[in-house]
Design a protein around this ligand. Structure first.
Ligand code: UD1
Ligand code: MG
Length: 422
């Protein structure tokens, strides 16, 4: 979009988190808070983004990489001050600016699209998002005129008892005409109780000067949740998890017990796969169709699982590929492995993938049979239709040829496997 750019505010200290990690890098459902807002800007129109950084800017900068423009806010003097520090990026630009906070991960793209549409149609100087919530503590309250028009945003510490009872809050998402934003943000006065410059004060300035200010109320009040504390983080996690599971179920995945199933934001699962209770699936996992996963399975990042795979109790899989129709049903661990199709991973199998210095890979070819309690000390290669006997230790560097077997501790290779032999 040519006439729309975005500013993401992420310079604040996040004091209430009581953390050494910058607030916007705290994950919800496996993904840092700020990534949700960045994704949003991408899906509503691949916007050019300027991220305002300040507190712990280097940590956030290295997370962001080089795809974004960065403005540095020196004094951390509030959200209006943050906007001023981004001004250079908008010199000579005449379009609109979408302002978002880096700590609001529950916003939906449909809502932002509706906000942008309303802003352009109404030709307002500013259109901002509000939400009606059950608990408005900590948020800016929306003050409306007798005609119902937004007149001001009142921050909690400046609100009267009456204003504190207002349940319509400021979400922290605004769309401005760029020129007016940068002209009038300079008129925001320092707030007396907190010594900060509040971006929210610009609403009253616009209204006083006769500029048009519009609002849009989010359909679901929970969308407006901003993360300021660990409790907020947990609340967001619950809401987002519910959304993720709902989406998967709508795509044809059976989630037997949503209450005990934890699936991160970036997970893809094919239809007719059944996720049984107490399963944890972390980010960057892909699962095929008609699989049965759980109970008590833990799938970690970088895992790719083909169709019709069964993974059962107390199985952990990390950075591993498993081919179609393979099974791994009882207490085992696969890490940094490439497993073919129709492989049997017996009970208690472990890939010893870490030698204290580096992670090593395990290759298990199609139709191999890995007997119970086998330990595969990586790097190892188990050939097609090969067998490892129960309790065997396959030592580092071993290659078990196609169709052969390995038995004992340390494992000794025999030319025939017992599947065809014994
Ligand atoms: C802010 C709004 C409040 C709204 C709420 C929604 C103001 C004054 N208040 O309050 O009306 O209901 O968000 O979640 O804007 N930041 C900077 N520089 C600063 C201060 C903050 O970049 O100097 C960034 C923070 O990193 C954060 C965002 O601005 O991403 C919001 O700051 P935060 O301190 O969380 O404001 P709230 O108290 O939540
Ligand atoms: Mg906040």
């Amino acid at each position: 979009m040519k006439d729309l750019r975005a500013i993401i505010l992420a310079a604040g200290k996040g004091t209430r988190m009581k953390s050494d990690v910058p607030k916007v890098l705290h994950p919800v459902c496996g993904k840092p808070l700020i990534d949700y807002v960045l994704d949003l800007c991408r899906v509503v129109g691949s916007l050019k983004i300027c991220v305002v950084l300040g507190h712990q800017k280097e940590k956030i900068r290295s997370h962001l990489g080089s795809d974004f423009s960065i403005a540095v806010q020196k004094g951390l003097n509030g959200t209006a001050d943050a906007i001023k520090s981004a001004e250079g990026y908008f010199r000579g630009y005449h379009g609109h600016v979408l302002v978002l906070c880096g700590d609001t991960p529950l916003l939906k793209k449909e809502t932002i699209r509706d906000l942008l549409r309303k802003h352009k149609k109404s030709d307002a100087a500013c259109t901002f998002l509000t939400a009606v919530v059950d608990d408005s503590r900590g948020y800016g309250r929306i003050i409306r005129s007798s005609l119902g028009k937004a007149a001001a945003i009142r921050e909690e510490r400046d609100a009267t008892e009456f204003e504190k009872n207002i349940m319509e809050i400021n979400v922290g998402v605004y769309c401005f005409k760029s020129k007016l934003l940068f002209q009038f943000v300079k008129e925001v006065q320092q707030n007396k109780s907190k010594n900060e410059y509040y971006l929210t004060d610009i609403v009253e300035i616009f209204v006083d000067r006769g500029f048009k200010v519009e609002t849009l109320e989010a359909e679901d009040g929970r969308e407006g949740l901003g993360v300021n504390s660990r409790e907020d983080l947990a609340r967001c996690e619950t809401i987002l998890r519910e959304r993720i599971l709902q989406n998967l179920m709508r795509q044809g995945v059976t989630i037997v017990d949503p209450k005990t199933t934890y699936i991160d934001a970036d997970v893809k699962i094919g239809h007719d796969t059944v996720i049984r209770p107490f399963t944890v699936i972390e980010n960057n996992v892909r699962l095929g169709k008609r699989c049965v996963i759980g109970p008590f399975t833990h799938l970690r990042p970088g895992t790719r699982i083909g169709d019709q795979v069964e993974i059962g109790n107390f199985a952990e899989v990390s950075r591993t590929q498993i081919g179609r129709q393979s099974i791994m049903k009882h207490f085992s661990f696969l890490g940094d492995a490439i497993v073919g199709s129709r492989v049997n991973i017996g009970a208690g199998v472990v890939t010893a993938n870490y030698d204290g210095r580096e992670k090593n890979r395990t290759f298990i070819a199609d139709q191999a049979f890995i007997g119970s309690d086998s330990i595969l000390v990586a790097p190892v290669k188990i050939g097609k239709r090969a067998l490892t006997a129960a309790g065997c230790v396959v030592t580092k560097g071993t290659k078990v040829p196609e169709g052969s077997s390995i038995r004992g501790v340390p494992g000794k290779v025999y030319s025939k496997n017992s599947l065809s032999n014994d």
